[in-house]
Design a protein around this ligand. Structure first.
Ligand SMILES: C[S@@+](CC[C@H](N)C(=O)[O-])C[C@H]1O[C@@H](n2cnc3c(N)ncnc32)[C@H](O)[C@@H]1O
Length: 407
């Protein structure tokens, strides 16, 4: 006697939609009744519990399926990559914990709103990166990269022998896609946070790319490479977090050889459109935009790419909007983009948004529910990314805006 998909959804807390998706992805594929309904036997239920555990660790669905099937070519590398992510998360939490303890000790005599705002300011100082460095954020970045690979990387391929710098590589989610699409190119990937670098290194090693992808700690404002030493630069979702993105681009231009290129991909939160529309959902998105603004970033920077690249001295700048439109005809996008990427991202700012008094917890939760609602079969969700390309002209020229050569 088996269990139906509805019964298992009830028992596990997973939605029927997720169980169907996991079946399609080969994670847990039960037998079917003569009428075509899914029927989970005891082995399927055991496998499902293992899958839920692996998924909770932050592993991607294809990795989960491969581990359960025993076909993961290097399960130890997969687990090492995960361990690196957990270690990074622990380090991060330790820093935040110590800072909170310090702030509370300093302000013990004066509790209340003042303490709250001090804590928030201090936490912002600990890391102005609005998405944080949690394991769930690492998972989100990996899901985002996998889901959007075709949309964002389409046509991005580098010649054999080319040296490519990826700035702000995070956990290496885009790095492995970039390297896989340019099998003859060599990459240097940098990130400011050593935890991200450790996770990216493990991910690169797990993908068998360590021989041509060097991951190191580095600041985009002062890339750790000689001037004119790389053929191409790529930047994904970094400028949105920087207080002075034009300066970062100018620094990147310096390390590109004359004739080399830059490719930048950024989002624009104001491009979001929802059906059913919801003021609460838009309020939640506005919280993320506001927190990012307070941290010095711009969640709608995608629309500014052309002027920014031009101001930094790049030539032949061209920008194309790339829209994700999730609907019932694209259940993969509804699951992986609407739910796992976008909603997961904005849901991650609940605590700081509430602590900053931007929204009530009730309204925030209602907004997240409404965002998830757009992933239902009768809902739709759209978001536009912007991809910009530019070159460093072969003739040398200064990037100082006052330079007469530029006019
Ligand atoms: C949203 S994540 C994007 C990661 C990756 N590009 C991706 O798309 O998956 C932004 C990353 O930029 C890094 N970062 C922030 N400021 C930086 C800086 N000044 N130099 C280098 N990396 C930086 C953060 O540590 C974080 O890992």
């Amino acid at each position: 006697m088996g269990r139906t998909v509805g019964e298992l959804a009830e028992a596990t807390g997973l939605s029927v939609r997720v169980l169907r998706h996991w079946d399609e992805r080969g994670v847990v594929s039960p037998s079917r009744t003569p009428a075509g309904h899914r029927l989970y036997d005891a082995d399927d239920v055991v496998r499902l519990h293992r899958a839920i555990t692996l998924r909770a660790l932050g592993l991607r669905l294809d990795r989960v399926a491969a581990l359960l099937d025993g076909t993961d070519p290097d399960p130890a590398a997969t687990l090492r990559a995960h361990l690196a992510g957990v270690d990074a998360d622990l380090r991060r939490r330790r820093v935040v914990r110590d800072r909170l303890a310090e702030v509370l000790a300093d302000t013990a005599a004066e509790p209340g709103d003042h303490v709250l705002s001090t804590v928030l300011r201090e936490m912002t100082m600990v890391g102005s990166y609005v998405h944080g460095y949690r394991a769930t954020e690492a998972t989100r970045l990996r899901d985002q990269a996998a889901t959007l690979a075709d949309l964002l990387h389409d046509g991005v391929a580098f010649d054999d022998g080319a040296h490519v710098l990826e700035a702000g590589c995070g956990v290496g989610a885009q790095t492995v896609v970039l390297a896989a699409r340019s099998p003859g190119a060599r990459f240097t990937a940098i990130d400011l946070a050593d935890g991200q670098v450790a996770a990216a290194r493990a991910r690169v090693a797990g993908a068998g790319l360590a021989d041509r992808v060097d991951v190191r700690v580095g600041d985009v404002h002062a890339p750790p490479l000689p001037a004119g030493s790389v053929d191409h630069v790529v930047v994904f979702f970094l400028l949105e977090h920087l207080a002075a993105p034009a300066e970062a681009l100018t620094a990147l231009r310096r390390v590109v050889r004359p004739g080399g290129t830059i490719t930048v991909v950024e989002g624009d939160h104001a491009s979001t459109s929802l059906h059913p529309d919801s003021a609460d959902a838009r309020a939640v998105i506005a919280c993320q935009v506001e927190l990012q603004r307070r941290a010095g970033g711009d969640a709608s920077i995608g629309r500014r790419l052309h002027p920014l690249l031009t101001a930094a001295g790049f030539d032949d700048v061209a920008v194309t909007p790339r829209t994700v439109h999730a609907h019932a005809g694209r259940p993969d996008l509804a699951e992986n983009f609407t739910r796992r990427t976008f909603t997961a991202m904005v849901a991650g700012v609940r605590e700081p948004a509430v602590a900053a008094g931007l929204i009530t917890p009730e309204r925030f939760d209602a907004g997240v529910r409404d965002l998830l609602r757009t992933a239902a079969p009768d809902g739709t969700f759209s978001y536009t990314f912007f991809r910009a390309g530019g070159t460093r002209a072969a003739s040398t020229r200064s990037v100082t805006p006052t330079n007469p050569d530029r006019s």
